[in-house]
Design a binder for this molecule. Sequence first.
Ligand code: R5P
Length: 222
Amino acid sequence: MNLKKMAALRAVDEIGDGDVVGLGTGSTTHYFIEELGRRVREEGLEVMGVPTSYQSMFLAAESGIKVTSLAEHDVDVAVDGADEVDPDLNLIKGGGAAHTLEKIVDSSAGSFIVIVDESKLVERLGAFPLPVEVIPAACRPVKLKLESMGASVDIRSSEGKDGPVVTDNGNFVLDASFGVIDDPGAMESRLNNIPGVVENGIFAGIADMVIAGTSEGLKILR
Ligand SMILES: O=C[C@H](O)[C@H](O)[C@H](O)COP(=O)(O)O
């Protein structure tokens, strides 16, 4: 079976009737949102979803999940993917440039569940370039600052548009390769302290549970 899907389907079992659910972004949460929607349509599960991106908002609506926002509801359970997960459940996220709203929703939730395949489990964070969302006017000074801290930095661009990726919030993303990150919590705070940085992709100490699909079956970390 597809390992991302295996983790996603297990996470749906954590959702109860009446829950407000944080809907993460990416290819793994895609399976989660689809299955949650199926249970809403076919089994009468009553939930509302708080999307973390336009991607998850559109998918939730297509799947039959009622969409709400943090302006109206608290989140009971958030389910989201990750680019790296260390043994202390620290994460790197933002491979899809959605980490700012993801961090707002995931950190506000009563419980935050991470769903990944085994390729995301690492001993230490840092092989995946760290996404840093920046206000466009701050792009160059923040890039220089990150380089002065030892990172090699790329302005993220993608197919489908010439020039930089523009996030759902109208900002740019710098991908900063620092190598191994010794103290994820300290690095997270330090980066967010740079003027012009909106949010970085380190999620230190907020995940409650990780569900990993592995070739030997499900692995649960708490
Ligand atoms: O910005 C995107 C998110 O943080 C994703 O949750 C993360 O990149 C993992 O995505 P995927 O499940 O596609 O590997």
